[in-house]
Design a binder for this molecule. Structure first.
Ligand SMILES: [Zn+2]
Length: 504
């Protein structure tokens, strides 16, 4: 197996305490588009997503419903799978932290850390958010009327003091700082600077990794002290190793060498400073990439149930009809560095202008004309130099952009080609031409190139176009203008029904 032809991508594993919303979909669709892009490049792809099922937050959510935690998560997991199926998320494994192989990996890792002397006993005192399951140090929490407030959940922190076990992260501070500052692992680089400056300012402190069972019983037991369960974050991070069969075999090493962790910026610290240190302790190389994105915000805030500004996946599916449209809009908004506001008017304009009027209209036109003028059989004739040049330029640009995670920019570029093709039809007017065949051939060929490039973002619509116009979606390296000898056009589908911008 050629290592450059392997790709491993992960999403964070989500808390199944509630249904996934557009915030979860944003991260998951991004990871799915990367997975599909690499499959389109002919790579052997492993795509891991799943659920983070242990910890106090789920324990409490289950108690509230009057059921056991396992029963509760067993009910929630099918909901996540249902939404990911609706959105055509092409994961290879849906991992649950209650999976037996995962619990074994957690125990094995903890035993190793313990036997290396990297875990020691001590007392922890601090301000704790039960929703984050995280202690907040000074400067991290907000203060309001003398109260310490969680900046994510905007609720009061609790003072917690307990006997625990610590992980000796501090011993790895310098090595972690080097990985953060001097490598290209964290992308975009602004996030690396943020973590580097936090490490320089506060250092990397030892982390309490055990929770007494009388407070938190729902977790993986420490293999060396059964009065405790492991802190849910350590449990969760290790899923990335379990997913590809942690154990140092060849398959594990190959996938691990290219792993891309897709995360939202709120969990950056855990996925860099803490995770890099844990991997160093386990003698596992750092991830190849931690790809960080900013948020889709609503009314200026990150979406959250407690904030009351959540946009549900169903809301978007209802408005824009198909998973492909929702995927397109989310990726069109995608901004790794800056938060973007969820703005229905803007989304309506993108949907109508780009999907319906540009792509949908082009496919409909070439389909109808090919059937009407040529009985659906369109043979290759003289190639149009302008469309060929534009197509080749767009393919080259899109490859560069996608390989640099610039998905929104690559969509804009691909739509340039679709617009040029619509303009080509307007200019050459195949409907009144004596010899429409070469004109239609060139228009379909450019449509084919664009459709092929759009496949990772809109898998269903592009398959439908390929079937209707009579071509195959192929590996992106093989995509050449003028390759197809003949199109057998079967139908002229209407791809996107317009939305009316009537809501405020
Ligand atoms: Zn919180």
């Amino acid at each position: 197996m050629n290592v450059s032809r392997v790709f491993y991508v992960t999403t964070p594993i989500y808390y199944p305490n509630d249904l996934p919303h557009i915030g979860h979909a944003y991260t998951t669709v991004l990871a799915d588009v990367l997975a599909r892009w690499h499959r389109l490049k002919g790579s052997d792809v492993f795509f891991l997503t799943g659920t983070d099922e242990h910890g106090l937050k789920l324990q409490r959510a289950a108690e509230k419903k009057g059921v056991k935690p396992k029963e509760f998560v067993d009910r929630m997991v099918p909901e996540f799978k249902r939404y990911w199926k609706l959105l055509e998320i092409s994961y290879n494994r849906f991992i649950r932290t209650t999976d037996i192989d995962h619990e074994e990996v957690v125990k094995k890792a903890l035993e190793e850390l313990h036997s290396k002397g990297l875990i020691y006993r001590g007392t922890y005192r601090g301000w704790y958010c039960s929703s984050c399951e995280k202690f907040y140090s000074e400067g991290e929490y907000e203060e309001k009327e003398g109260k310490k407030i969680c900046p994510i959940h905007v609720k009061e922190l609790e003072w917690v003091e307990e006997e625990t076990y610590f992980l000796k992260l501090s011993a790895y501070q310098d090595e972690v700082l080097k990985l953060v500052r001097d490598t290209d692992i964290i992308h975009p680089r602004g996030y690396a600077r943020e973590i580097a400056s936090k490490l320089e300012r506060e250092g990397l402190r030892d982390l309490s990794i055990a929770r007494p069972k009388d407070r938190v019983y729902w977790g993986v037991e420490l293999p060396f002290d059964n009065r405790y369960v492991v802190y849910v974050w350590i449990d969760a991070l290790l899923n990335y190793l379990t997913g590809i069969g942690y154990g140092g075999n060849r398959k594990f090493r190959e996938y691990w060498s290219v792993v891309h962790h897709v995360i939202g910026k709120d969990i950056l610290w855990f996925h860099t400073a803490i995770w890099f240190a844990v991997l160093l302790m386990l003698d596992v190389p750092p991830p190849r990439r931690v790809l960080v994105h900013a948020f889709i915000i609503n009314r200026g805030l990150k979406m959250g149930k407690s904030v009351g500004n959540v946009v549900m996946i169903d809301d978007m599916l209802d408005r824009y009809y198909t998973a492909d449209s929702v995927r397109y809009l989310l990726m069109r908004l995608l901004n790794l560095e800056k938060d973007v506001e969820f703005d229905v008017e803007l989304l309506d304009n993108i949907y109508n202008g780009e999907l319906a009027d540009t792509y949908g209209n082009l496919v409909r036109r070439v389909g109808v004309l090919s059937i009407k003028k040529l009985g659906g059989v369109v043979k290759r004739g003289e190639l149009d130099e302008e469309l060929r040049g534009k197509s080749e330029e767009v393919v080259e640009e899109v490859v560069k952009l996608m390989d640099n995670y610039k998905i929104s920019e690559s969509l804009v570029k691909t739509f340039d080609l679709l617009r040029t093709t619509n303009a080509y039809l307007n200019k050459t007017k195949p409907w009144e031409s004596e010899n429409p065949e070469p004109l239609l051939y060139n228009a379909i060929e450019a449509t084919r190139i664009a459709t092929n490039l759009l496949n990772p973002v809109m898998p269903s619509v592009t398959r439908k176009v390929a079937e209707a116009l009579g071509f195959e979606i192929i590996e992106v390296d093989k995509l050449k203008y003028g390759e197809v000898k003949e199109f057998r056009v079967r139908e002229a589908p209407i791809l996107f029904k317009k939305v009316k911008s009537d809501i405020s």
